[in-house]
Design a protein around this ligand. Structure first.
Ligand code: SF4
Length: 236
């Protein structure tokens, strides 16, 4: 696909900003973060409600997004959300970045498949511990949509990837292990366990049991460096 973008193609973004990647294999990498707004899930622990339950954002042309990104001293872009694979305009944007030789990470819950260009598909499949607390239509929708094994198989066959699971309690490990039985092609080295929490104290406490638990199964422990360093503050 051509990386040509037109002035008609637009995306609604909650944020576009420069920071350090705080999670996963590229932790510490200076990156431009493009945060789309809108999500098909409503995890109770969502740390960006302004992209899910209370979506905010402004429309930007793809040309402007590329122009703003190129002002920063990096060629790593992290496309995140919300769910960044929801809007169709994400496809030409990723191809435009690829044509300009950027390294592209996409952070997704792995429920939607699109023909994007991507160097690292960072997939955070949602376990049953993410279910919205209120028994309403979103809870039902979340339960039906959060697990899309065919999409996950497609993504991991097509791209380099990491699977990041949000862990709330030690018992969650059982669900991770049974989940992974459906994907025998995933080696433990592609799996990251990330503590649920939006403040440094909670994360520090959970690391005391989660780090050894991850090591026991050959998984990576995934600190949330951006929260440890900056708190759960919105970037812009
Ligand atoms: S998938 Fe991510 S952005 Fe969407 S509700 Fe869950 S935590 Fe929030």
């Amino acid at each position: 696909m051509s990386g040509l973008v037109t002035s008609q193609q637009r995306l609604r973004l909650a944020d576009i900003f420069f920071s350090i990647q705080g999670e996963g294999a590229l932790t510490g990498t200076p990156s431009v973060f493009i945060r789309t707004t809108g999500c098909n899930l409503r995890c109770w622990f969502c740390d960006t409600p302004y992209t899910s339950s209370e979506p905010e954002g402004t429309w930007h042309t793809l040309e402007d997004i590329l122009k703003v990104s190129e002002e920063f001293e990096t060629r790593h872009v992290v496309i995140t959300g919300g769910e960044p694979l929801l809007p169709a305009a994400i496809v030409p944007l990723t191809h435009a970045f690829a044509e300009r030789a950027w390294h592209i990470t996409i952070e997704t819950a792995g429920t939607i498949q699109r023909d994007v260009a991507c160097d690292l598909m960072s997939i955070s499949p949602k376990l049953s511990n993410s279910l919205p607390k209120e028994p309403n239509a979103w809870q039902t929708r979340h339960q039906h949509q959060r697990h899309q094994p065919e999409v996950i198989k497609q993504l991991i066959s097509q791209y380099d990837y990491q699977l990041k699971f949000v862990i709330d309690t030690p018992d969650d490990i059982d669900e991770v292990l049974s989940y992974l039985q459906h994907f025998p092609m995933v080696p433990p080295g592609h799996v990251w366990l990330m503590p649920q929490g939006i403040d440094a104290e909670t994360l520090a406490y959970k690391s005391t049991w989660l780090e050894p638990l991850a090591a026991k199964h050959g998984f990576h422990y995934c600190p949330r460096k951006h929260v440890e360093l900056f708190g759960n503050q919105r970037a812009t």
